[in-house]
Design a protein around this ligand. Sequence first.
Ligand SMILES: Cc1cc2nc3c(=O)[nH]c(=O)nc-3n(C[C@H](O)[C@H](O)[C@H](O)COP(=O)(O)OP(=O)(O)OC[C@H]3O[C@@H](n4cnc5c(N)ncnc54)[C@H](O)[C@@H]3O)c2cc1C
Length: 456
Amino acid sequence: MTTDSIDTARNANRPRVVIVGGGFGGLSAARTLAGADADVTLVDRINHHLFQPLLYQVATGILSDGQIAPPLRAIFSQQANLRVRLAEVTGFDLERRTVYAVTPDGERLTLPYEYLIVAAGSSHAYFGHDEWERFAPGLKSLTDAHLLHARILGAFEMGAEASHDSDRERWLTFAIVGAGPTGVELAGQIAELSHRLLSREYGSMAQTARIVLLDVAPTVLTSFPERLQEIAHRDLAEMGVEIRTDAEVTRVDEEGVEVRDETGKSFRILARTIVWAAGVQASPLARMLGQASGARVDRAGRVEVNPDCTLPGRPEVFAIGDMISLDDLPGVAQPAIQEGRYVGRTIRTRLRGRRKRRPFRYLDKGTMAVIGHRQAVVDAFGIKLGGVPAVLLWGLVHVAYLVGWGNRLGTVGRWLWAIAARDRRELSISDTAQITAGHALSEDGASSAPARAAVR
Ligand SMILES: Cc1cc2nc3c(=O)[nH]c(=O)nc-3n(C[C@H](O)[C@H](O)[C@H](O)COP(=O)(O)OP(=O)(O)OC[C@H]3O[C@@H](n4cnc5c(N)ncnc54)[C@H](O)[C@@H]3O)c2cc1C
């Protein structure tokens, strides 16, 4: 085991801050610490910051990896007090103020800290049925997006060559489990692909695709106001998406899904492409922190933190983002970003010798989901919008939060091209073995403990 000696040797007297995770929370904390009198180490098991809200656009051929996943080293190349380490964090010793990690080549690291920020996010949850993951992958990483991309586009390829109508139907049936924002966005995009964009390649066959959106809840987008749920429902239906609410998925296999409706009747949907967008489970690091500090961990595996995002009895250890439970805040990007900024400022205050800061206060900036190129729903600052104005607002907000001007301009360019030319730039399938169910899973090897979690 090696100690991370670079920071200590370089700045022996400066406090060390270790940040675990370069997602929304970790990135925001790290940026807030720019110029602080501390040595910051940002550890992530992937080398990029992933803009998860646009992952579905990689999965459906609109955007490329680089546009939503800039390397962490590039983002922080100008931040002199920060160092990026590619390693998977495996544990903590809160007594010794040490983080344990392992690099991709197996080197074991011990990272000492004076302040620790853990922002390790969440992964999919299959409600006690982890065996469903191989048939119904979720969308959480670039690896997941590539797998779904191959499955979705491969389904058209296989459908085009199927010798029996029943086979063709099965290939061209897409079942999406979970009608939260991710499920709705995916269903809308697959509908656009099949009903609007792929007829050049596959003729009228593409338009026969059946897209079924399933949720155990009585409506789509349960976290949105009722009026927006109705708009989203109407838009999806007009785009040809079959919506099955009050429908509980009771079995998933390579042939399709089994569903129980509100009357208790079971039926089967034969589908070769199944996407899981139904539940999330906090990173296993949340449970580790709970065990190490005595903090409670909820059913979704999230660790409960103090109002200032610290762990009980550990004022130097902060946890933020999707992996924490605080004031019933939703597992979306804004709480993670704002908490990251808050803990960064708290540490800066403490570095200056002051201790007291107000508890974290969340500013709700609203919520939005895009359905098609002219359909979206937005609920922000008291305004509830649907249609083209909502798409424009959604686009503005997402572009603003992308990292780097190159990515922002490139993304807008791709969107305009996709709308004007009715074309997608990223339609190549690089690994045809991924088309059939049972292929590789999430790059995080999601060790999510089975538990029932909220549909996001
Ligand atoms: C498909 C999808 C669509 C979404 N759409 C929206 C949306 O439209 N709007 C919205 O507000 N939110 C959306 N979200 C939710 C939003 O992305 C999350 O709430 C947000 O990313 C949480 O930030 P975080 O910092 O807590 O975690 P993350 O952003 O997930 O970052 C966690 C980081 O920790 C790293 N990590 C995890 N474990 C380890 C370990 N053991 N060692 C080292 N590194 C580790 C991961 O690699 C990752 O980089 C979406 C999420 C998904 C998956």
